[in-house]
Design a binder for this molecule. Structure first.
Ligand code: PHE
Length: 366
């Protein structure tokens, strides 16, 4: 990849705008991809921090994640535009360097005047949101409770995925309860851990995998669930495979190896390409689209922080949102002979054409 690839990527993208900065002290490329203001501003999306092989890989990720946000928000009836911030760090940053980067980002968000609304994503935490918000930056969500935020967005994200597990069990097995069903959870981060707890409490047989030894140890200490080595995660026979780590893991190499009845997980952009939805369908594996079922982090946290929802109310609202939309998706896919991802995109397009009206964070005056 060379620099001109970034030009090509931006030129071919169907999104509206990319804000680019090279942060010298942290040796970090910062890309903010603003996919759509159709339902905004604000334009909402997480802030991701990760190492990439090249800056263009990071930009490509930001673009893809940001267009998924547009569809995700539309599907959930949240009247915000879709965006994503991706920071391509050269390595794990030392804590002072990291804080400096986050503070400079805070200044940028202030300059944008609330136009971009953000929260934690892969590689960032509520503590990071505190650092950003301390600069006075507006619309920074999911800060720690000590700083006045609603904290970790993992549990409400998991609530949405759990609701999707129930809809999927009902669709496939005529009974929404996951009791006795075998679920393999890939990724024991903040969503994975909460989901494991909910599934286990509901009587499912839970297996899990993670590439991080510390995360594996924590889950093993906390719950009585079986560890699956990362290499076996796709081939372990189960009813439901639940990807809760990184995207792109449903592809032409992994799909032929899957031995599950359904895929229901929280990771963003699970499908490597849109054709992978068709690949899953040909194998008769029901796919609960990520853009339908992983809205719970953003929706729950924003509801708690701006509408005064209790945690319990956030769980209920997220669950019923995901339940309703996922049923529509399964029904439409069935009726129109579509894969479920395409069916979800149809519904998103409908809502983008006729905007929903829940705008929990108001438009900023430009
Ligand atoms: N990571 C969240 C997502 O992908 C982003 C987010 C979380 C935004 C919490 C706001 C609050 O949807």
């Amino acid at each position: 990849m060379n620099a001109s690839d970034i030009e090509t990527l931006i030129q071919r993208w169907d999104g509206e705008e990319v804000i680019v900065r090279y942060d010298r002290p942290a040796e970090t490329w910062m890309f903010m991809a603003i996919h759509s203001t159709r339902l905004g501003p604000p334009v909402s999306g997480g802030t991701r921090m990760k190492s990439y092989d090249t800056p263009s890989d990071a930009l490509r990720d930001a673009m893809k994640l940001s267009s998924a946000m547009t569809n995700k928000l539309a599907l959930a009836g949240v009247s915000h535009g879709g965006g994503k911030a991706v920071f391509a760090v050269p390595r794990d940053l030392d804590s002072e360097v990291r804080a400096g980067l986050l503070r400079r980002y805070g200044t940028l968000l202030t300059q944008l005047g609330g136009f971009f609304l953000t929260g934690p994503d892969v590689g960032t935490s509520p503590e990071d949101m505190d650092v950003i918000a301390e600069t006075g930056a507006p619309n920074v969500f999911s800060r720690t409770p000590e700083a006045g935020g609603a904290g970790d967005s993992g549990p409400t994200t998991a609530a949405g995925v759990f609701a999707a597990v129930r809809v999927t069990c009902e669709w496939l097995f005529d009974n929404p309860s996951p009791a006795g069903k075998r679920v393999v959870v890939q990724g024991a981060g903040s969503v994975g851990r909460s989901l494991i707890a909910m599934l286990r409490d509901a009587g499912a047989e839970v297996l899990f995998s993670d590439v991080d030894d510390g995360a594996v140890r924590r889950v093993r200490d906390e719950f009585d669930v079986t560890f699956v080595p990362p290499d076996d995660v796709y081939t372990t026979p189960c009813d439901i495979f639940s990807p809760c780590a990184l995207g792109g893991i449903l592809n032409q190499t992994t799909i032929p190896r899957l031995t599950c009845r359904a895929v229901v997980g929280s990771a963003n952009n699970q499908l490597d390409t849109d054709e992978d939805a068709q690949r899953l369908r040909s194998r008769d594996i029901l796919y609960a689209p990520d853009i339908v079922i992983n809205i719970g982090g953003l929706m729950g946290i924003i509801g708690m922080e701006t509408e005064g929802w209790s945690r319990r109310e956030a769980f209920t609202r997220v669950s019923s949102q995901v339940d309703g939309t996922l049923r529509r998706v399964y029904e439409l896919a069935d009726a129109e002979d579509l894969d479920t991802h395409t069916a979800a995109l149809h519904i998103a397009a409908e809502r983008l054409a006729d905007p929903p009206d829940w705008r929990p964070v108001p438009r900023t005056e430009g």
